[in-house]
Unconditional design. Structure first.
Length: 116
C-alpha cells in the first residue's frame, strides 16, 4: 500500500505561482506513474497531468493547464511536484495526487485558492 500526502496549497493572487508537493511512503515510488487531479466545488474530479514512472521522462497535461503547469519527480525523496504558474481563478480547487500501480492510491488533497 502507498500513502500519499500533499502539501503546498494556499491562497494566491491570479497570475501568481505555487508548488504543490506529494510525498509517498514506501520504497517502490519510482515504479509508479504519478498523477495530479483537481476538484472544484460542485464539479467532478478532473485530470491535471501525469508523469511516467522511473525517471519521469514523459509527461502529459490537460489542455486547461498546458504551458502553465509542470510536473516533476524526485525519486530519492519519494516526492512528485506540481509547479503551477500564471494561476487563474478557475484553477481554484482541491488538488490530489495519485499513484498508479497494481491499484490506484490517492492523497487527501490540498486546497488551492486563486483570488482574482
Amino acid at each position: 500500500q502507498v500513502q500519499l500526502v500533499e502539501s503546498g496549497g494556499g491562497l494566491v493572487q491570479a497570475g501568481g505561482s505555487l508548488r504543490l508537493s506529494c510525498a509517498a511512503s514506501g520504497r517502490t515510488f519510482s515504479r509508479y506513474a504519478m498523477g495530479w487531479f483537481r476538484q472544484a466545488p460542485g464539479k467532478e474530479r478532473e485530470f491535471v497531468g501525469v508523469i511516467s514512472r522511473g525517471r519521469g521522462g514523459s509527461t502529459l497535461y490537460a489542455d486547461s493547464v498546458k504551458g502553465r503547469f509542470t510536473i516533476s519527480r524526485d525519486n530519492d525523496k519519494n516526492t512528485v511536484y506540481l509547479h503551477m504558474n500564471s494561476l487563474k481563478a478557475e484553477d481554484t480547487a482541491v488538488y490530489y495526487c495519485a499513484a498508479d500501480g497494481s491499484e490506484t492510491w490517492w492523497g487527501q488533497g490540498t486546497q488551492v485558492t486563486v483570488s482574482s
